[in-house]
Design a protein around this ligand. Structure first.
Ligand code: AMP
Ligand code: ZN
Length: 136
């Protein structure tokens, strides 16, 4: 994809700090890390997000994340790892090329993920449950 920065990194047209590569996947340091060692895992073929990425390609990136997570843990002396994927701008996706974030986390790093809340009532829970099941 001509205008995709991750495609340019994959083609070598843009520099990156590559930490891993195989036939299908590349992984490099995020330039604006949440913590040092934050890695992005990217399929070499251009897909936008989880919706157009074939299951096999998603398997490839999660398999690479499985290799990378312990390496990032060890290298950064992290206490935990977040694996994340944003899909569409409403979720925070900025680069429209499928990628997983592998993010080292530390016990007292003070970061929160998302605020959570209880369901308002049983009807709300049942309603959304039925709608998701019907959509599968
Ligand atoms: P997302 O919000 O999930 O789309 O995340 C995109 C990530 O790509 C952000 O965390 C950016 O810091 C990162 N990023 C953007 N451009 C580059 C680049 N040229 N090299 C490495 N990481 C990048
Ligand atoms: Zn791309």
């Amino acid at each position: 994809m001509a205008d995709c920065i991750f495609c340019k990194i994959i083609d070598g047209g843009l520099p990156s700090y590559k930490v891993y590569e195989d036939g299908k996947v590349i992984a490099f340091l995020d330039i604006f890390p949440i913590h040092s060692g934050h890695v992005l895992v990217v399929p070499k073929k251009h897909f936008v997000d989880i919706f157009d990425t074939p299951a096999e390609e998603l398997q490839n990136i999660i398999a690479a994340a499985k290799k990378l997570a312990p390496a990032v843990m060890k290298a950064t002396k992290a206490d935990g790892i977040n694996i994340g994927m944003n899909n569409r701008p409403a979720s925070g996706q900025v680069v429209m090329h499928t990628h997983l974030h592998v993010i080292p986390r530390f016990k007292d790093d003070g970061l929160k993920t998302w605020p959570q809340r209880p369901y308002n009532n049983d009807a709300e829970k049942q309603h959304v449950l039925e709608r998701i099941k019907a959509a599968l």
